[in-house]
Design a protein around this ligand. Structure first.
Ligand code: SF4
Length: 225
């Protein structure tokens, strides 16, 4: 089963595999985890049809078992093809297997231990010219409903990532970048990414003075003076 959704989407969600219902109907996320995903998207103010959604494994995994490495190797070329065709600005892998595959594909140093993946969920990563924003799989809330508030905060960030910073066209960072004085990662991670976390943005919003040579993380780069 291939993905579905907006072909020009800025965000591509990558889940693990279709369930029985999804496979039968040929639709993504229509079972219990789809209900949770819809709730998370709705609370974040994201329209489901503004996204493209697909899976790492293209067939149903019997009894929802874990995928085997040879199954990942057999199916991942199809996912690679979808990524190459759609060129999403940000890939959003959901859960451990999709996150491990995508971070490995872009040489973004995935954690070694399964348990350490919690630390990358909700973090915007830029590696090999690709932005990745791993999130917990919605199905994880079926087993751990107490994580709901924390998970909702992470999904809230999807709405921020769905648009550029409102000051992106007039910010001095744009000018420094166009003059070759600033690394692209600053633009991708903040101006076209998580602008809500930009210290410059926060200072602008509160009317607080900051130097023109302040980087988005709040550090000062005197070479920009
Ligand atoms: S540096 Fe910060 S304030 Fe300036 S455009 Fe980028 S995110 Fe917005």
């Amino acid at each position: 089963m291939y993905g579905e959704g907006e072909l020009n989407a800025r965000l591509m969600l990558v889940a693990l595999s279709p369930g029985q219902n999804e496979d039968r109907e040929g639709k993504m996320f229509i079972g219990p985890s789809g209900k949770i995903l819809d709730e998370l998207l709705q609370s974040a103010g994201i329209e489901r049809n503004s996204l493209y959604m697909t899976n790492l494994i293209k067939c149903v995994l019997p009894k929802n078992r874990k995928p085997k490495q040879d199954e990942i190797e057999a199916c991942s070329p199809v996912l690679d093809e979808e990524i190459n065709m759609l060129l999403p600005d940000i890939i959003v892998p959901l859960g451990y297997y999709a996150t491990r595959y995508i971070l490995t594909k872009y040489a973004a140093d995935p954690p070694l231990a399964h348990t350490d993946f919690q630390a990358v969920y909700g973090k915007l990563i830029y590696s090999n010219d690709q932005k990745t924003f791993p999130l917990p799989h919605p199905a994880s809330l079926i087993y751990n409903p107490s994580y709901k508030q924390e998970t909702m905060k992470k999904y809230h960030k999807l709405e921020i990532l769905s648009r550029d910073c409102k000051w992106a066209t007039m910010c001095p960072m744009k000018w420094y970048f166009e003059k070759g004085r600033l690394q692209r990662k600053w633009i991708e991670l903040y101006c076209k990414g998580d602008w809500e976390s930009c210290i410059r943005y926060q200072k602008e919003a509160s009317g607080t003075y900051h130097q023109d040579w302040m980087l988005p993380d709040g550090s000062l780069d005197e070479s920009l003076i």
